[in-house]
Design a protein around this ligand. Structure first.
Ligand code: UD1
Ligand code: CA
Length: 503
């Protein structure tokens, strides 16, 4: 169907000329060799979260001010937002200076600009849209996002006049005791008319406690000059929280995770223990899935309807099919089919593909391994560089010997094969459809379909060896009793009987 745009309907969304993200600061308080905005939570860097929140606003340009650790930040930016323009702030002379450097990089820009601190990972698109809408509705030239918080320590305070109109943003270090008691704080998120902002930033002084050009100092001169300005409170004060040190990072991570889990639970996912379940913002979980305690879902992981994951399971970039169960497992880059059973204690590495109703059991490691529909690798095995057909059973303690010290080789096992316990498949090797292999075999050549391969030394029993070579031991006594039961006196076998070991 052709898409016809009715000419008369105006764009309902307010349009933004640019988004400017301030990300040049050193982040001294993180005490890290990694630039602050690259620290990650919930599956994205802080910078990634800010850009993701702003992206749906559809700004004409995205400018990111870089400085401290610029190489790392630029590299990261090229990966996550290749169309964003990194702009270098050589010296970190304050947030106002950073914004001015950004605007200088887009000289012709007119219209509304959204300026955002790069260390605000909890910002939401909804909050940003509301800010831009309020800015438009008020006909403002400079609008600041604010929040009422319980503990305003360290943040800029919003000073309003008797009528509630914003007058100034005062940094805590420069605030009077009276101003310090204000609990409405600056979020570090602003919408401004590009031309006005350029002009006011050019006039910023550095006569403050840090000797920096504060972006926050843009408000007061505009108010004094009679320009229309606004300060808009965020609905959820959590949205605006910055992140300056590792304790704040942990707190933001917790808040973000709570949000992700709330959304999942609302959508029909059971989360047994939200306190120990961690889900990245990039993960999808279908309704009626169940997440047990100690589950971490990371990257582009997805969990299908009715699947059960955990306890104590980490899945990275892994797909879990409908009604699968994954117990005490670590998986990276794996595809787990519908109704598959994995674990307890399995390690699935990249390239693992488990067909429907397959099983990978206890103490099993897989890598580059396809396990066909209904096939089982139940116990104590390594399956690397292998293709296993449908309906096949791999015996306990099997190793797919894929590495000759130089190169990796492939093993292929057919459909409905039954391989014995304690087999070595020395790749490259193929076991045909319906073939069997004997327990303890080292399979070095191909097994034709339907054959039974026996690749182990024949057994030799040396009769009477124990009686001759280990006389007087409990073993010799037990052997004697077994050989002539009538002669032997009643013996206590409790410590050594076979029955103990067979249980
Ligand atoms: C800033 C605000 C404060 C607000 C708080 C919200 C100022 C002066 N103060 O304080 O009112 O309550 O955010 O979290 O803006 N940056 C640069 N170049 C620089 C300096 C900073 O790009 O030269 C960037 C930083 O990387 C950071 C942002 O600007 O993303 C804010 O700087 P930061 O030092 O974190 O300011 P705060 O003290 O948190
Ligand atoms: Ca900050």
């Amino acid at each position: 169907m052709p898409h016809v745009q009715p000419a008369a309907v105006p764009d309902p969304e307010p349009t933004l000329a640019a988004v400017v993200v301030l990300a040049a600061g050193q982040g001294t308080r993180m005490r890290s060799s990694t630039p602050k905005v690259l620290h990650a939570l919930g599956g994205r860097s802080m910078l990634g979260h800010v850009l993701a929140a702003a992206a749906p606003l559809g700004a004409g340009a995205t400018v990111v001010v870089v400085g401290s650790g610029r190489d790392q930040v630029e590299q990261h930016l090229a990966q996550i937002a290749p169309t964003a323009l990194p702009v270098l702030q050589e010296e970190q002379r304050g947030s106002g200076h950073a914004a001015a450097v950004a605007l200088a990089a887009v000289p012709g820009l007119e219209g509304a600009v959204l300026v955002v601190n790069g260390d605000a990972p909890l910002l939401t698109t909804r909050t940003l849209e509301a800010l831009v809408a309020a800015h438009d509705a008020a006909g403002s030239v400079f609008t600041v996002l604010t929040a009422e918080v319980d503990d305003p320590t360290g943040l800029g305070r919003i000073v309003r006049d008797g009528s509630g109109a914003p007058q100034a943003i005062v940094e805590e270090r420069d605030a009077t005791p009276e101003q310090c008691s204000i609990r409405e704080v600056n979020a570090g998120v602003y919408v401004a008319a590009a031309g006005t902002l350029r002009r006011v930033l050019a006039g910023l002084a550095t006569d403050n406690a840090q000797g920096e050009q504060y972006l926050t100092d843009a408000l007061a001169p505009l108010v004094a000059g009679g320009a229309p300005t606004a300060a808009v409170r965020a609905d959820d004060p959590d949205d605006v929280l910055g992140c300056n040190d590792r304790r704040e990072l942990a707190a933001r991570r917790r808040t973000l995770n709570d949000r992700v889990l709330d959304e999942l639970m609302r959508s029909g996912v059971t989360v047994v223990d939200p306190a120990t379940t961690w889900v990245d913002v990039t993960v999808s979980v279908a309704p009626d899935a169940l997440l047990r305690p100690g589950t971490q879902l990371e990257g582009v992981t997805s969990v299908g309807a009715g699947a059960e994951v955990g306890p104590d399971t980490t899945l990275v970039d892994t797909e879990v099919g409908e009604s699968a169960t994954v117990v005490r497992t670590h998986a990276v880059g794996a595809r787990i089919g519908a109704e598959v059973s994995v674990g307890p204690f399995a390690y699935l590495r990249p390239g693992t593909v488990l067909g429907p109703r397959a099983k990978v059991g206890t103490f099993v490691e897989t890598k580059n391994a396809q396990v066909g529909e209904g096939s089982k690798v139940p116990h104590l095995s390594y399956v690397g560089d292998a293709t296993i057909g449908r309906g096949t059973n791999i015996g306990a303690a099997t190793v797919f010997v894929n590495y000759d010290g130089v190169a990796k080789h492939q093993t292929t096992i057919g459909d409905h094969a039954r391989t014995g316990a304690d087999n070595m498949f020395v790749a490259p090797v193929t076991v045909g459809d319906g073939a069997y292999t004997a327990a303890g075999s080292v399979i070095t050549s191909d097994v034709p379909p339907g054959a039974m391969a026996v690749a182990r030394a024949a057994q030799r029993n040396v009769a009477g060896w124990v009686r001759r070579r280990r006389p007087g031991t409990p073993a010799a006594q037990a052997a004697a009793a077994a050989e002539s039961p009538a002669e032997a006196p009643g013996q206590d076998h409790s410590g050594t009987s076979r029955a103990d070991h067979d249980s």
